[in-house]
Design a protein around this ligand. Structure first.
Ligand code: GLU
Length: 385
C-alpha cells in the first residue's frame, strides 16, 4: 500500500473505533430531484453500512434530512423555492414518508427505529436538552437507531436551525458521540470552491477551525445543501468543542460509510480530547454549583474507585437545586471530593438520602434513577498528597 493510501485508511480507523456515531444525510442524497422520490438502491446500501456498524456494537444515530424534498411533490409544490409555510407543509407530508422509509429499511436488518423530531429550543434550553438526551440514551440502550430531524412544522423562522448540519452536531454533543459523519454531495472541505478554482485543494486533516478556515468556507459556499460549507464549519466547531471527530464525506456512491473506512478522500476535523473529558471539564469548571452533599466514608471510597454516588451514602444536603444542576460533593471533614450533576431536586434528595435505591419509588411515588449522581456525571476534584 502506498503511504498516502495507508494514511487514508488510518483515518478510517476513527470511524471503526468510534463508540457512538451520528450520521447526517443531506436531502440531495436521499431524494432524486427529478422524481422527488427516494433513491432506493443507494438508500439500501447506506442502511447496510449502518447495520454493519451496529453489528460491531457501535451506537448509531441518524440525522436525516429529506422531509421537505420528499413531501413537496405530494402536495403539488413542484417548482421553485418554497415560502416558509410551504416548506413546513411539505415537511409535514414528507416526514411521515421519510420515517416510514427508515423503518422499512432498518427493519430488514431487525433494527428497531425511533423517530425523534427536535426544535432549536430542545437543544438549547437546559431542561428540554436533558429530557431529549435522556430519551436518546434510552433509545440507544434499547438497541434502536434514533432517526432525527428538525421539527420543521413547528419551528418558526427565528427559532429554527434550518440546516441539519448544526442540528447533527448538537445531537452529537448531547449524546457524547465520538464521531459525526456529514454525508452530502460534496466530498470534503476545499481551500476554495473547486468548481471555480482549479488549484483548490481538499484539506484532509483539520485540527482546529481557525478564522482562515471560516473565510475559506465562506468562499467555497455553493448552493449545494441548505447551508453549503458555512453550516458544516459551524457544525465542526460544535463537534470539536464537544470532543467529537467530524468528517465531511461524499455520500454520492453506494456504501458511503464503508468508503470512509477504506480511506476514500474526505475531510476529517480531529478532536484533541474525548467527549467524556470535555464533559467532566464542563461539570467541574463551567457550571456554577447550586448545592452541596456530604457523604460518609464508604461513599467517599466508592467515588474514588470511580463508582456512582448512591443516596445511601449521603448524610447531608445543602442548597436549593433542580434535577440536572451541578453540586459539590464533600467528605465528613468538609474536603471537596467531586463536582457532579445531580439526578434529583434538593427536596427529593433530602427525602431519599441514607435510604436504599430500591426504596426510592416508595418514598417519592415514582421510580427515578438508582444513583443520586451517576458516575458519568461526576468529575473528581484533584486531591493533594
Ligand atoms: N429538515 C429539513 C428536511 O428534512 C432539511 C434541512 C437541511 O437540509 O439541512 O427537509
Amino acid at each position: 500500500m502506498s503511504e498516502t493510501a495507508s494514511n487514508a485508511s488510518m483515518t478510517g480507523e476513527r470511524l471503526r473505533q468510534a463508540r457512538r456515531i451520528v450520521v447526517k444525510i443531506g436531502s440531495a442524497l436521499l431524494v432524486d430531484p427529478e422524481t422527488g422520490r427516494l433513491d432506493d438502491l443507494w438508500f439500501a446500501s447506506l442502511v447496510d453500512d449502518i447495520a454493519a456498524l451496529r453489528a460491531r456494537g457501535q451506537d448509531v444515530l441518524v440525522v436525516s434530512s429529506g422531509a421537505i424534498a420528499l413531501g413537496r411533490g405530494h402536495l403539488g409544490l413542484k417548482e421553485g423555492s418554497l415560502r416558509l409555510e410551504q416548506s413546513q407543509a411539505a415537511a409535514a407530508a414528507g416526514q411521515i414518508r421519510l420515517a416510514h422509509a427508515w423503518q422499512e429499511a432498518l427493519g430488514r436488518h431487525d433494527i428497531p427505529v425511533a423517530q425523534v423530531l427536535l426544535t432549536f429550543g430542545d437543544t438549547e434550553q437546559r431542561k428540554r436538552y436533558l429530557n431529549a438526551r435522556g430519551t436518546l440514551e434510552t433509545l440507544l440502550k434499547l438497541n434502536s437507531v434514533p432517526v432525527i430531524n428538525e421539527n420543521d412544522t413547528v419551528a418558526t423562522e427565528e427559532i429554527r436551525y434550518g440546516d441539519n448540519d448544526r442540528l447533527a452536531a448538537r445531537v452529537a454533543q448531547m449524546v457524547s458521540a465520538d464521531c459525526l459523519v456529514l454525508l452530502s454531495d460534496v466530498d470534503g472541505f476545499y481551500t476554495a470552491d473547486p468548481t471555480i478554482f482549479s488549484e483548490a485543494e481538499m484539506m484532509t486533516e483539520i485540527m482546529e477551525v481557525t478564522p482562515d478556515i471560516e473565510i475559506m468556507a465562506d468562499e467555497s459556499a455553493t448552493d449545494l445543501g441548505s447551508g453549503g460549507m458555512i453550516t458544516k464549519i459551524a457544525a465542526a466547531k460544535i463537534a470539536l468543542r464537544a470532543g467529537c471527530h467530524m468528517v465531511i464525506a461524499s455520500g454520492r456512491n453506494p456504501h458511503p460509510l464503508q468508503a470512509i473506512e477504506s480511506g476514500a478522500p474526505c475531510s476529517w476535523f480531529v478532536a484533541d480530547r474525548s467527549p467524556a473529558r470535555v464533559r467532566k471539564q464542563w461539570i467541574a469548571g463551567t457550571l456554577k454549583p447550586r448545592g452541596e452533599l456530604v457523604v460518609d466514608d464508604g461513599a467517599a471510597a466508592a467515588l474514588s474507585d470511580g463508582k456512582s454516588l448512591l443516596p445511601a451514602g449521603v448524610v447531608q444536603v445543602a442548597g436549593d437545586f433542580q434535577r440536572g444542576d451541578a453540586v459539590i460533593v464533600r467528605d465528613r471533614e468538609g474536603r471537596e471530593l467531586a463536582h457532579g450533576l445531580i439526578a434529583y431536586s434538593a427536596g427529593e434528595a433530602r427525602r431519599i438520602i441514607g435510604r436504599r435505591s430500591s426504596d426510592i419509588a416508595a418514598i417519592l411515588g415514582y421510580q427515578g434513577r438508582d444513583e443520586l449522581i451517576h458516575r458519568n456525571d461526576l468529575a473528581m476534584s484533584l486531591r493533594g498528597p
